[in-house]
Structure formats: structure tokens, C-alpha cells
Design a protein around this ligand. Structure first.
Ligand code: GLY
Length: 398
């Protein structure tokens, strides 16, 4: 498929120069990091938010046992890098014992989201501290992702490999663009080619099957349960099979430039631009996505996490574009407009108490789960976006 041909219809919304003052960014950092620490004090330093309290905007303490835990640990590492205050690193250090226990008990090691668990926590902790024990743990996680969830026949990460003989499970998904950095990292650390090839194969499948010609994306892609041959695109968390689930799309907008940083495939930057232009043409007035790009106004739930994840992907892509690339200023303006709106409207006073660093995140709307919640993927990517603003040369965890 020819990529890079999508035009931005509402280019004037993203033209010119846009800025957020340093003072505003610093206030946002202080508010977010203070709040993060107060959450740890309340939940307990070795506990994780479950989001299972009656009010889905408030966190209750639970064990390290699901896909959102890694981004909670990662938030403390980002806060440490943002503030230099060791108390944040100390919380992440306490968390490391829970990852060792989690691996010992083999909790969800056969899950497609192993990357989401181990990249922002253990890979990040290793990058920040050089702790060898944690490096080994993350490499072990990469082996599990490869041996349990990567289909040799189909060349993709299977959504729920433990049930792969059932149709609902034999799928791959946009989210996986943020799991494969675990393969790229493991390849860099060990030189084992199988990780590099698996990651590139997932990128290829995402480009050919999950990304549509107009720059929009399917959330899921169905494969034949026996042969693992492609069947059709469909959705799980989006509004309909042919729509574009905004967080799924954001995983691509963040994941494509990261994949490019490892494999240098120029086509990925064109694919990324198509995906970005599709998003920019579907942002509502305040620049923060609804939960699905079918919606650009009205009362449908927002997904501020899709906004901040996309900000990170836009800023990451800017690192690889020359100063003369016309899209570079567009990406920067768009990233700043989204982030500014999140700071003003989603991370400040929203008229009710909430624990997250950002409010109005959407969970899985069609399943009736988490229509308007706070959760760690909102929090982590908000902090990552703020860190990218103050340290553009920050050493990425992904
Ligand atoms: N990985 C699932 C989600 O983004 O909700």
C-alpha cells in the first residue's frame, strides 16, 4: 500500500507556532508529581492501583497482577527524572521486589501485554539504575512474550495465546505496537536476531492489515485459528468494526516512530504521518480525543489517555524529521495544543475528586467498563509528555 499520501484537511488548526510557558509546564509537573507521591503514601509503597473502587476515578490498593501495573511503576521513574527527588526512585525500587515475585509465580507471562508490564517498569529501572538483576528479569519477560505469544506461522503477537484455538483469541491488535519495543530492546541487549525479526514482522502485519488506506486503523485483526492466515479487521474496544478506536490508534502513533528508531525503515514515518493526519482531522474543539474517532463533538466519553499517548508519539517523531519537513511544525503544534488542553481541562480542577494525574480516561466503553475513569496509562503518558517537554533528549524507556 502506498503510504504518505494522506492530506491534512484542517491544516490551519495546526499551523503557525504554539507554545506552553515553562512556568505552566513546571506547575503541571509539581502538581502531578506531588499527587503521585500522595497516592503511594495512601495505597502503600508496594501496592498498585486496581481501579476497583466504587468510584472509578479513585484508586484502591491491590497486588502487582495486571497489565496496567508497569505504567504505575514507570510513573515513579519518570517523576524521579522530572524532579531528581530520590523518594520517587525509592518507591520504584520497592516495586522491583513485586516484579520478581510476579515472575516467580508466572503471573500472566503468557499474555500479549507482557511488554506493557515490563518495559515501563523493569526495562526503565534498568536504564535508570543499571541494576543487572532487573535486566535479567526483563529479558526473561521478552522470552515469554516470544515463546508464548508470538505466532511463528502468522508472524504476529496473538492476543490471548492461552486460548488461541478460539476465534475471539486468535487476533492481533494495535496495542501491540507498544509491546514490541520489548523485543527490540532484548535484541539490542542480547544480539538475538529472533527478537528483531519478530518485532519487524509485527510492524509489517500492523501496516498491511491493521492500518487502513486512509490512515485510520482497525483495533483488532482476526486470523484463522488453524492456519493463522489473515481473515478480517474488526474491533474490540472501538465503536464499530470499521471505526477507529482512539487509544488503539494512539498506540500506533506512539509505536511507529519507536519502531523506526530501531529498524530505520523510512516507510514507517510515512505510515505514521498518515495515522497522525487522520487523528488531527478527527480531534474535537479542545483537541482531546473522544474514545473513538467516530465522535468529534457531543457527550460521548473522552479519552484523555489517547491524547497524551499521541503527544508522546508526535514528539518522538519530531526527533527523526529534518527541520525542513513541513509536518514537523504541525506535529509540534498539535502535541502542544493537546497537552495544553489536558493540563487545563483534564489535570486540574474537574469539579469532583479524582486520584489519577489526568481525568476522563475511557476504559473499554463497548463492554460498559470504565466510561470515565482514572488509570495508570493516562498518568504515565502524561508524565512522559511533560518530561519530553523539559528534556527533549530524555533516554526513552520503550
Ligand atoms: N491495551 C488495552 C488498552 O489500551 O485498553
Amino acid at each position: 500500500m502506498i503510504r504518505g499520501s494522506i492530506k491534512l484537511n484542517n491544516i490551519e488548526r495546526y499551523a503557525g507556532g504554539y507554545d506552553i510557558s515553562q512556568e505552566k509546564i513546571q506547575n503541571a509537573i509539581k502538581r502531578a508529581t506531588d499527587k503521585l507521591y500522595s497516592i503511594a503514601e495512601r495505597l502503600g509503597y508496594d501496592k498498585f492501583p486496581t481501579g476497583e473502587s466504587e468510584n472509578p476515578k479513585l484508586y484502591s490498593p491491590g497486588p502487582n497482577d495486571n497489565w496496567i501495573c508497569g505504567m504505575y511503576t514507570g510513573s515513579f521513574l519518570l517523576a524521579y527524572e522530572l524532579t531528581g527527588d530520590k523518594k520517587f526512585l525509592d518507591v520504584a525500587t520497592k516495586h522491583m521486589e513485586t516484579y520478581i515475585e510476579r515472575m516467580d509465580k508466572k503471573i500472566k507471562v503468557g499474555d500479549h501485554d507482557v511488554g506493557f508490564v515490563y518495559i515501563p517498569s523493569c526495562v526503565a529501572y534498568y536504564k535508570v539504575t543499571g541494576d543487572e538483576r532487573v535486566r535479567k528479569l526483563a529479558l526473561e519477560a521478552a522470552e515469554y512474550l516470544y515463546s508464548y505469544s508470538f505466532s511463528q506461522k502468522g508472524g504476529f503477537i496473538i492476543r490471548a495465546s492461552w486460548r488461541k484455538h478460539e476465534e475471539w483469541a486468535c487476533r492481533t491488535m494495535m496495542d501491540t505496537m507498544m509491546n514490541i519495543p520489548l523485543f527490540y530492546w532484548a535484541w539490542q541487549e542480547t544480539g538475538d536476531q529472533k527478537f528483531y525479526d519478530a518485532a519487524n514482522s509485527q510492524v509489517d502485519i500492523t501496516e498491511r492489515l491493521l492500518m487502513r488506506a486512509d490512515g485510520s486503523s482497525y483495533h483488532h485483526y482476526q486470523f484463522d485459528v488453524e492456519t493463522h492466515a489473515p481473515v478480517k479487521g474488526l474491533t474490540f474496544q472501538g465503536n464499530r468494526d470499521e471505526s477507529t478506536w482512539s487509544r488503539g490508534h494512539a498506540w500506533g502513533i506512539s509505536g511507529f516512530p519507536i519502531a523506526y528508531s530501531y529498524n530505520g525503515d523510512e516507510n514507517l514515518l510515512l505510515l505514521h504521518r498518515d495515522a497522525v493526519y487522520y487523528m488531527l482531522d478527527h480531534l474535537p474543539e479542545d483537541y482531546v480525543p473522544y474514545w473513538d474517532y467516530d465522535f468529534t463533538d457531543g457527550d460521548e466519553p473522552r479519552d484523555s489517555s489517547a491524547g497524551v499517548i499521541s503527544v508522546c508519539g508526535l514528539l518522538e517523531a519530531c526527533k527523526y524529521l529534518g527541520d525542513n519537513a513541513p509536518e514537523k511544525q504541525i506535529y509540534k503544534n498539535a502535541a502542544l495544543k493537546i497537552l495544553d488542553s489536558v493540563i487545563d481541562n483534564y489535570a486540574g480542577d474537574i469539579g469532583e475528586p479524582y486520584d489519577g494525574l489526568v481525568a476522563h480516561v475511557a476504559g473499554a466503553v463497548p463492554l460498559g467498563l470504565g466510561l470515565d475513569i482514572c488509570t495508570t496509562y493516562g498518568d504515565f503518558f502524561y508524565l512522559e509528555a511533560l518530561l519530553r517537554m523539559v528534556k527533549p533528549d530524555w533516554k526513552r524507556y520503550w
